[in-house]
Every structure is written in C-alpha cells, then in structure tokens.
Design a protein around this ligand. Sequence first.
Ligand code: GCO
Ligand code: MG
Length: 410
Amino acid sequence: MRIVDAEVVVTSPDRNFVTLVLRTDDGLTGIGDGTLNGRELAVVAYLREHVAPLLLGRDAHRIEDTWQLLYRGAYWRRGPVTMAAIAAVDVALWDLKAQAAQMPLYQLLGGASRTGLMAYGHASGQTLPELVESIHARLEEGYRSIRVQSGVPGLRSIYGISAPSPAQPGQETHPTQGSPVARPAEEDWDSRAYLRHLPGVFEAVRAEFGPELPLLHDVHHRLTPVQAARLGKDLEPYDLFWLEDCTPAENQEALRLVRQHTTTPLAVGEVFNTAWDYQTLLREQLIDYVRSAVTHTGGISHLRKLLDQAALHQIRAGMHGPTDISPVGMAAQLHLGLAIHNFGIQEYARHGALTDEVFRQTSTFRDGHLHPGDEPGLGVTLDLEAAARHPYRPAYLPVNRLADQTVHDW
Ligand code: GCO
Ligand code: MG
C-alpha cells in the first residue's frame, strides 16, 4: 500500500478546515484533520511544502515509523503547527490501514470498551434566563451533560464560547491574499467581577436542574493560581464534573496550588500539543482530565501514548471537541475514545449543515452518547466538489483586554 498522492484541501463551509487526503496505489483514500483555528494556512504550508513530498512512495502501513520520521526527522520539536500537520498524516494513515483491514478503526485500537461515548454540549447565556433556556435547548437536542458559560455583569461578551467572532475588515490589504486584512474581535475581562458572579450562576442552575445533571465550566486560562483555587472552592457545593483551564496551563506547577485548595475536578490541555506538556501534571496527579484533541496532539498514535500514561494515574480523557475540530478529527477521537479504558467524556459541538455536506459521516448521537459507526476506516468521506464551493476565509480568534487595555488571555 504505497502512497501515490498527498493533497491538502482547505475548505470553509461553516468555518475553515484543513484536511490531508492520502491516496494509495491500491486505490484507497485516507483523510486526516490538520485544522488549527486562526492559523490554518501555516499548517497548509507545512504539509504542502515540507511533509507531502516525504510521503510519496512510502508504505502507508508504517504508521509509527512515519510518525517518528516526521517528528524526529524535522529536528525542531513540538509546537501546534508541527503537531497538527503530523496529526493529519497519522489519522489519514490509520484511516487507510483500517480500510485495508475492512474494519472500523476502533477495532484496530483494541476494540470497543463501551457502547458509546458520553458527550457534553455547550450552553451559554448573557443573563440567567437566557442560560436556563440554552440548557433546556441542549437537553432537547439529546445532551445529557452540559458546559455552562455565563455573561458577567459589566462585561460585553460571554467569554470563551466557540463561535468564531466575525473578522473585522481593516483598511489595509493582505500582502498575499489581496483581500482586506481581517482583524480579531476584541473582548473585555474582569476577573474579580467574574469570581463574584459565577458561584451564584451555578447555584441557580443546580436549583433549576437538580443534582444529577453533569455540569462543566471552562475558565479559558483567565485566572491566577490563587484566584483559581478560590473559584474551585466556591464551586464545590455545585458538584462540577470539571473546571477547565482555570489557569494558563503552560505553567504546570501552578496547578499544584489549585489542587491543594479544592476538590473540584480539573481538566487541562486543549492548547497543549505533546505528551511532554503533561509530565508534571500526570506525575503529581494535578489534573483529572486530559483535554488534548487528536488533531492538535500529533494524531492517534501520540495521543494514545499520552492517554495510556494518564490511565496509570486514574486520569481520564476529555478530548477537545468544539466546531474547530473537523468531522474528520472528531471521528478519529470517537474511535480512540471507544477503544481506550480511561475514557471520561467527549466534548461535542455540532457542525452546521454545510459542513455535514462537505464531510459525510457515519457517527451517531443518541441519548447523550456518540458512536463512530461501523464502516471500515474512520467513517468519514470528504466530498471534494462540495469542499471547493467553500473557499478559505481569513478569520482570527478574538483577543481579550482588561479595562486598562492590557492584553489578557482569551
Ligand atoms: C472548548 C474551547 C474552545 C476554544 C476553541 C479555540 O473548550 O471548547 O475552549 O471553544 O475556544 O477551540 O479555537
Ligand atoms: Mg476549553
């Protein structure tokens, strides 16, 4: 099974996606997601210019060897662009191998460890009644676990929610794209106002929905360790499933302080891209859930190693799954999550109808649980004609500022 073609497809049905398409001499096509929200074209160039030429003529069965070749062979290690590009290759190779074996991919990863993957959806509201309505809407869609994000009095936006802010056209022209330069939307932030407001939100949500419903919350890297410790303590009465990214996680040691002060479970790592980023967190048992996505962590091969290491510490997978993970990346993590023992929960934000036209999927969502389906491979096909109808659109993630205009973590 030799690789004869490596094509990088950029499409923007509801948002931008980068997909690697590998074709083999025996007529199979495998796909992998390399989408890096807001920096998509960096991965495209990395794949097209530096990776695709190395793949031509290689044996597509040699997944681990290809991974090591791309990782060690580059000399320069880690980083979101490199690891997203390697992920796209890795997932496309697993897709090919599973198609060649005529098995759904989860069978090659050890077979199913459960009947389906518990998924959580996003609810948010500027005010409490809007939030309650949003939770009801998710429950009606079939979700059985909910991430709760709330507006904060005095702040303009509900922070950290996944809908991309529309690009703000600037005056200048982009040097290579010829179109007006896109500008990131600006949001505002006040940690003290947030810390005062949030416990009351969870108190009201628990009063409305009762003790059973698993509730999650994402702090989006905004607090200092001591602030995060206080928030974790304040939220203990409301029994959160997890508190996510309470501090900027690249400072792994910060989680020690948080951990010493609260029993609220902690989830970290959507912005990490290798297992090495978790060494202190795992060894010292500072977190409860690993947030890494297949797409941002070097693919199934590398994330599997990280999750197996996490399993030794009773730390479970809570893989990142907003809409910037494409249906291809999501399918990869559904197969992985079905197979591993230490699966915890899967984030699941539904894509729009246009995305579903471009990426045909076999996965199902029933009674709060996802399943990747039983077609050979990943179970996702990319419709190249549909993809071509939606060209790349420049877009940035928002940036965030304090009242005095200091840039803060978004
Ligand atoms: C989440 C995330 C996302 C990110 C997004 C950035 O937990 O779902 O925080 O919503 O903001 O992936 O691209
Ligand atoms: Mg998050």
